[in-house]
Design a protein around this ligand. Structure first.
Ligand SMILES: Cc1ncc(COP(=O)(O)O)c(C=O)c1O
Length: 485
């Protein structure tokens, strides 16, 4: 990205200058940049210097007019958006703010069922009515991919009063839908396109990556720069293009829920990450893509393993593919993805992003190079050597896992209904008033308002056998909160 201003870091630079000043602080935060008082912990002493309150010099995230406004303008420019709003509670918050800005109570929002729980929570908060659309499924890898244009066409014909379509770009596993056609189609129906771009922060910075949502004309997008863009964990941006909505509607939704004490460490990291991506991204990704291609070729030659690459593009649910994702299929070794994930960490000190039934997902990003990728490939080779040909393939009824329960009442109604708690095994036929999922990825097995089926219970029981981290509102494992009908 050739733009002199991209070299600038207005927010980070001002914060550094502010930290260097000799100020007698009678504002918060209460550490007053002096803790620990005995100087015994250099790490803490260093970070408190940059942990500041909103002031005239440092601007204010909820009503920016100074350095934050400047940094947000550069962010918007880098992503090809009309506006950018920095966030300090991840894309979880960005997704919820987008939905709140776009949809009111009883208004319809079209969503794929393989969404992160933040989208369901956004639906609960807004009181909107979800119209679920099934993504394309890859039963061989046991993963859900993107949406087909045909399925979007069909749902728009049935629900031409929908306010918005929510889409994940890319999915956790790297699948990219035909965004350009879907956006055009939605806009022809005056339906806004809200994008969960949590895993696509790197897209605009290398020409061979799939295009970013803003450049394609989406209305809003939540981007986790902390995931693949290099900023600190929890920092994200909400991007906005004018058209169907006005910027004050987005700002109002953000200010409804975001803290009035945003962390400057997180904000400055967004400013720095944007600079790095815009100034050095192309060069870094050019080198990284070469290593990624080599690593994928090697993994595909390891007995009992395969990894998704661009050859999986099928013009439908995988219209394009994000090569930085390593979806590594291991079940031919007689292992579940969960077992391989634990082995990678416990025996090879390689931390993958997540596991699913047949696969492990490893994510490459700006911070990687040949050395780090070699460690992944070596560990995978080690696992294959130990298990290839020794056990039958690990096979479970994944098709059942993708059969989603029917929505009976809106999520908000289910969430606020009087509830009772039952053992999950006794809850078949009941309406759930909570979401249950493994984390990561945080894609719910059931969401509030859906009727619990035997297949949901079997899926949950399977995850238990794999020692996954199961998340629900109910404190007792194996129990679920259901609507008292
Ligand atoms: C698809 C998807 N959307 C949204 C989120 C939420 O993003 P964040 O962690 O930035 O809050 C996640 C987090 O993993 C995700 O996987």
């Amino acid at each position: 990205m050739k733009n002199a201003a991209m070299d600038e870091t207005p927010l980070y630079t001002a914060l550094k200058e502010y930290a260097a000043e000799d100020i007698a602080h009678f504002d918060v935060p209460g550490h007053k940049k002096r803790l620990p008082l005995d100087g015994s912990d250099p790490f803490w002493s260093e970070i408190v210097k940059y942990d500041a309150n909103s002031t005239k010099e440092l601007d204010m995230l909820s009503n920016p007019g100074g350095i934050i406004a400047k940094a947000e303008k550069l962010m918007a420019q880098a992503y090809g958006a009309d506006e950018a709003y920095m966030l300090v509670n991840g894309s979880t918050f960005g997704v919820q703010a987008m939905i709140l800005a776009a949809c009111g109570p009883k208004e319809k929002i079209i969503l794929p069922r393989n969404i992160h729980k933040s989208a369901i929570n956004g639906v609960i908060l807004s009181g909107s009515i979800p119209i679920f659309i099934e993504p394309e499924i890859d039963y061989d890898y046991g993963i859900a991919n993107g949406l087909t244009v045909e399925s979007v066409k069909k749902v728009l014909a049935e629900h031409n009063d929908a306010k918005a379509l929510f889409i994940v770009h890319p999915t956790y596993y790297g699948a990219v839908s035909d965004m350009s056609s879907i956006i055009k189609l939605c806009h022809a129906h005056k339906v806004a396109v809200l994008v969960d771009e949590a895993h696509g922060a790197h897209f605009p910075f290398y020409p061979d990556f799939p295009k970013g949502a803003m450049a394609l004309g989406a209305d809003m997008s939540a981007v986790s720069l902390h995931k693949t863009g290099g900023s600190l964990t929890q920092s994200s941006v909400l991007l906005f293009n004018r058209g169907l909505y006005q910027s004050h509607q987005v700002r109002t939704a953000i200010n409804l829920m975001q803290t009035t004490s945003a962390s400057y460490l997180l904000l400055a990291s967004l400013d720095l990450a944007r600079k790095n991506l815009a100034v050095q991204g192309r060069q870094r990704f050019t080198a990284l893509m070469k290593y990624i291609e080599e690593a994928k070729r090697e993994i595909n030659s390891i007995p009992g393993m395969s990894v998704l690459d661009r050859s999986c593009i099928n013009g439908a649910g995988i219209y394009d593919y994000d090569e930085t994702k390593f979806v590594i299929k291991v079940n031919a070794l007689g292992l579940s993805g969960f077992e391989a994930y634990d082995m990678l960490k416990n025996e090879y000190n390689v931390q993958a992003e997540l596991a699913e039934t047949y696969v492990v997902l490893a994510i490459a990003a700006v911070g990687d190079d040949k050395k780090t990728l070699d460690r992944l490939v070596d560990a995978l080779r080690g696992i294959s050597k130990r298990f290839w040909g020794k056990k039958p393939a690990f096979i479970v009824p994944v098709a059942d896992f993708f059969e989603k329960p029917k929505a009976v009442i809106p999520p908000r109604e289910a969430y606020f209904s009087p509830a009772k708690v039952l053992p999950l095994s006794e809850a078949v036929g009941e309406i759930s008033s909570e979401s249950i999922m493994i984390y990561p990825p945080g894609i719910p097995l059931i969401v509030p308002g859906e009727r619990i089926t035997e297949k949901v219970v079997a899926h949950y029981e399977f995850y238990k056998t794999q020692h996954c981290v199961l998340m629900s509102d109910e404190e007792r494992s194996g129990f679920i909160k259901v609507v008292r009908e």
